[in-house]
Design a protein around this ligand. Structure first.
Ligand SMILES: Cc1ncc(COP(=O)(O)O)c(C=O)c1O
Ligand SMILES: N[C@@H](CCCC[NH3+])C(=O)O
Length: 423
């Protein structure tokens, strides 16, 4: 359920006609629904009931500061992977004490900035990172709160490019080596070990891999406890999938209930597990279906082999179809059309054969028509680029019948801002 629906054959974003938005702000553009975004975040938050938890929205999915600000106002935490994301969260009014810092390659300046502002936790992914954090924390005279992101070697059953919890993936510390790292950390003067973390991949459509990973983590937690290393939180990462086509991922509540049930089963008669705060890092499940990308048909190019609908958005604006062969639904903004239904490849103007947004789509379209690419709120704008010197797009947020410009379209002059001619 979302807030992009037809009314009398016209696509609306909440209470505003998409066509009216495009008249005002031009095409292509990203449009988000505040109600959808907030409902998704609350679905995660509320499913925990009284259980101690923190939803740390994965900023990489969509990092517009208006979106971060709305989530911060709901009480969200944030999962970041760079200094840029840290600064965005702070700019948006996020609470440093609710920030977890993931990522395999944290630089010194990034660690220092996070230590100075006093983030909630570093999710350490490399042995050397532990030494680096200890050293830098010592220089600043602070204690760094850390957890290890362990790689549990679990098959997330997702696209290989977005699977992260297999032993051949670069992410996390091999679960077999994690004990050694925890022991090292526990003996370090400027480190406070507070948790354990894992993130096995993105767009998961089953609960099973999450629970398999959790089982492996709980084994390690028990071993650590026996050694006197007591953790405060379990961070289970993000990764819950959404429906792009016909996937049926569990609802957040179903997934969270399964996690809580597993924790109860693991430690049946102790209230101990209730002592663990649970952290989650969802990105796509919060923002993916809260956004659409609207694009205009420029030309129709039927050929003997294929029919191409050339639109004004391209792979630089939304790279998922090109990069992962991802399927996203493409629907007309206006259902009234005199055109005949034809099967089209929806392609952009970029000079790459791989520049497509969808293939073999039956649509009734004519030049000038608007199309909406659904499920574009996550990994849409954030993965966009200026390839072919195309300015990045306008982003708009609909809130009932109010429309807010949350990012201006890049200007042509901004394309070379910061570039210099030789003397
Ligand atoms: C460490 C970490 N946490 C959270 C996420 C968010 O994932 P998703 O958008 O699939 O929820 C990612 C991206 O996959 C990630 O790498
Ligand atoms: N960018 C990917 C998800 C990557 C998740 C980042 N760890 C996608 O669009 O599906």
């Amino acid at each position: 359920m979302d807030h992009f629906n037809y009314r009398n054959g016209e696509l609306f974003a909440e209470d505003i006609a998409v066509q009216d938005i495009v008249y005002k702000y031009g095409s292509p553009c990203y449009i988000y629904s505040r109600a959808t975004l907030e409902r998704h975040w609350k679905a995660f938050d509320q499913a925990f009931g009284e259980h101690a938890h923190l939803i740390c929205y994965a900023v990489k999915a969509n990092s517009n500061i208006a979106i971060l600000n709305l989530l911060a106002r709901l009480g969200s935490g944030f999962d970041i992977v760079s200094l840029g994301e840290l600064e965005r969260v702070l700019k948006a009014g996020g609470d440093p004490k609710k920030i977890v810092f993931s990522g395999v390659g944290k630089r010194e300046d990034e660690i220092l900035a996070a230590l100075k502002i006093g983030i909630r936790c570093f999710n350490i992914e490399v042995s050397g990172e532990l030494d680096r954090i200890n050293l830098l924390a010592g220089q600043l005279g602070v204690i760094a709160p850390v957890s290890f992101r362990v790689n549990p070697d679990v098959d997330a059953k997702t696209h290989p490019y977005i699977s992260t919890g297999l032993k051949e993936n670069k992410f996390g510390i091999d679960i077999q080596q994690a004990l050694t790292e925890y022991r090292r950390a526990a003996a370090m003067p400027y480190i406070n070990v507070i948790g354990i973390d894992c993130h096995i991949g993105s767009q998961l459509t089953e609960t099973r891999p999450f629970l398999d990973a959790l089982d492996k983590i709980l084994d390690l937690v028990a071993t650590l406890k026996a050694e006197g290393i007591n953790l405060h939180h379990l961070d289970l990462g993000g990764g819950l999938g959404i429906c792009y086509k016909d996937e049926q991922p569990p609802e957040p509540a179903e997934y969270i209930q399964a996690v809580l049930a597993r924790l109860g089963k693991t430690c049946p008669e102790s209230a101990e597990w209730t002592g663990f705060e649970i952290l989650l890092e969802p990105g796509r499940a919060i923002v993916g279906n809260a956004g659409i990308l609207v694009t205009q048909v420029e030309y129709l190019k039927p050929t003997a082999h294929k029919n191409f609908a050339i639109v004004d958005a391209a792979m630089n604006d939304l790279v998922r179809p090109s990069l992962y062969s991802a399927w996203q639904n493409i629907i007309p903004v206006n259902l009234q059309s005199n055109a005949e239904e034809t099967t089209w490849d929806i392609v952009g103007p970029v000079c790459e054969t791989g520049d497509f947004l969808g293939k073999d789509r039956p649509l009734k379209i004519a030049p000038g028509d608007l199309l909406a690419i659904r499920s574009s709120g996550a990994y849409g704008f954030t993965m966009s680029s200026n390839y072919n010197s195309r300015p990045r797009l306008t982003e708009l947020m609909v809130d009932g019948s109010s429309l807010h410009l949350i990012r201006e379209r890049e200007t042509i002059a901004q394309l070379w801002a910061g570039e210099h001619l030789l003397p």
